[in-house]
Design a protein around this ligand. Structure first.
Ligand SMILES: NC(=O)c1ccc[n+]([C@@H]2O[C@H](COP(=O)([O-])OP(=O)(O)OC[C@H]3O[C@@H](n4cnc5c(N)ncnc54)[C@H](O)[C@@H]3O)[C@@H](O)[C@H]2O)c1
Length: 460
């Protein structure tokens, strides 16, 4: 605590003055300072029998988390907060059907700062944050300072300074801060994790991750909703603005930031920026606010991460170009390759009775025996309960695990450092682009402790 001016820090965080520049990279500053608290890599808190949760942000994403949480045993919703009264009231009415325990729910809406009042008045055990990106860091930091565990949507933060502030606050307060990367709980992702752990494709060499999802239509959400704030990021941001859906799963296949390996450096390039400018001109009046923006961030961003073991990870991002959705989800090992979109597998020597060598993929109906053999135990245990929970069931498995870990006092499946490493691709890709593709070093948010952090086990 010696070098850590807590009062100043709280004041800064509470006011949301944490540096918002995506180019702010202050790894050396932070590394040279001792941690203000205790390392959180394998952190577990005491078990919570009845989990009292508050929700900030009830737009497109928040209501799904609310339903998935409130329908589990041992949970209680104590407060709902959004900028808009109708969002809060609609979800409050729905909540009555989910859970008879949540009868005394405090409701907050109306201005940017009501969530701060809510934290103080309600004192929840945990807070779910599903707001716009710029609010993530101030909200998770204040949540922890006010004594609750923070569960935040992706990305966890947008600058490396914010990420350090989050890590420092989590270590200082001994509160969980989980970035809720739901894709790590997809059936294919869980199965590939299981196969990697069993050594099916040998030693891991390379991975490919992406968020390629054409979302130009969101620009029609002009006054509220995702497009109303995300469109400004497309204009003002730089590099890969949404890296974690593709990267989270492959990072866990490779045990990144967990004992075996970690991200070391990244190089990044973007294409010209064409799609958003064109789309805006074609679909909106010349005086429309979207036509007053200059969409300068390249349509497709390609970054390559080098790890300490010398492995490579390709990370791509494109929310503009007309092409089918993909997260790539590819991991290549010394004995074979697992790939996504569509699911395909190749293995040296083939698979008995299906393929005799690795020169073609096993795909489609031929994959059935693989699911039988390698489906993750967690998927087998929970799929019948969670398959209608959103995004093919991954949202429900994630929420089930959050609640299960908190109730049992176990470490969460994703720690605060993983949220930071995966999100750091945004500011680091921006810095690489602004320096003509020069490699950027990842800050070590663990201060070397990743070497002592247990790999995520295969949860049964
Ligand atoms: N993991 C996934 O699959 C997934 C899917 C969609 C969105 N997301 C993430 O979820 C988050 C929310 O996205 P969305 O699409 O729901 O956006 P949205 O704009 O529909 O919802 C955000 C909500 O936050 C509220 N909000 C903003 N500032 C607030 C404040 N100061 N106090 C209280 N409420 C506030 C807004 O009123 C809005 O209703 C984003 O981080 C996004 O990246 C994740």
């Amino acid at each position: 605590m010696k070098n850590f001016n807590r009062r100043n820090f709280i004041k800064k965080s509470a006011l949301g003055v944490v540096a918002a520049s995506t180019l702010s990279v202050s790894c050396q500053d932070n590394l040279s300072k001792p941690s203000p608290g205790k390392y959180m890599g394998d952190f577990s808190d005491k078990p919570i029998d009845n989990i009292r949760a508050a929700f900030i942000g009830l737009g497109a994403r928040g209501p799904g988390h609310l339903k998935n949480f409130a329908t589990l045993d041992g949970t209680q919703v104590v407060a709902l907060c959004d900028l808009f009264k109708d969002n809060v009231e609609i979800e409050h009415n729905r909540l009555k059907k989910y859970n008879s325990v949540s009868t005394d729910v405090r409701l907050y809406w109306g201005d940017e700062n009501k969530w701060k009042v809510m934290l103080k008045e309600v004192k929840p055990d945990i807070v779910f944050i599903s707001t716009n990106w710029k609010n993530h860091a101030p909200m998770v930091i204040q949540t922890m300072l006010d004594g609750a565990h923070a569960f935040c949507e992706v990305p966890l933060a947008i600058s490396t300074q914010e990420m350090w502030d989050i890590v420092n606050t989590s270590e200082q307060t001994q509160k969980h801060c989980m970035m809720m990367e739901n894709v790590n709980y997809g059936r294919e992702e869980l199965m590939y994790l299981n196969m990697c752990r069993q050594g099916v494709i040998g030693e891991l060499l390379h991975a490919e991750a992406a968020y390629i999802h054409e979302l130009r239509f969101q620009m029609f959400q002009e006054e509220r909703g995702t497009g109303s704030w995300r469109t400004h990021h497309y204009a003002e941001g730089l590099g890969n603005l949404y890296p974690t859906h593709g990267l989270g799963p492959v990072a866990q296949y490779m045990n990144i930031a967990r004992e075996e390996d970690n991200f070391k450096s990244i190089v990044s390039y973007s294409t010209p920026a064409i799609g958003r400018n064109k789309y805006s001109k074609v679909n909106f009046d010349s005086n429309h606010k979207w036509n007053k923006l200059n969409y300068s961030n390249g349509d497709l961003n390609t970054s390559i991460i080098k790890t300490h073991l010398g492995r490579t990870i390709l990370v791509q991002w494109d929310e503009t170009s007309p092409r089918p959705y993909t997260r790539h989800n590819l991991v290549q090992g010394s004995k074979g390759t697992l790939a996504g979109f569509p699911t395909r597998i190749a293995l040296e020597g083939g698979f008995e009775g299906v393929l005799k060598d690795h020169h073609s993929w096993i795909e489609g109906d031929d994959l059935e025996f693989l699911y039988e053999k390698y489906d993750h135990p967690l998927y087998k245990r929970l799929n019948s309960k969670t398959k209608k929970s959103g995004h093919g069931g991954m949202d429900g498995i994630m929420m089930y695990r959050i609640v299960e870990c908190l109730k049992n006092g176990q470490p969460l499946d994703q720690n605060v450092y993983e949220g930071c490493f995966w999100s750091a691709v945004t500011p680091l890709s921006a810095k690489s682009i602004s320096e003509e593709g020069l490699p950027q070093q990842f800050p070590d948010f663990t201060r070397g402790m990743w070497k002592k952090t247990s790999p995520l086990e295969i949860i049964v």
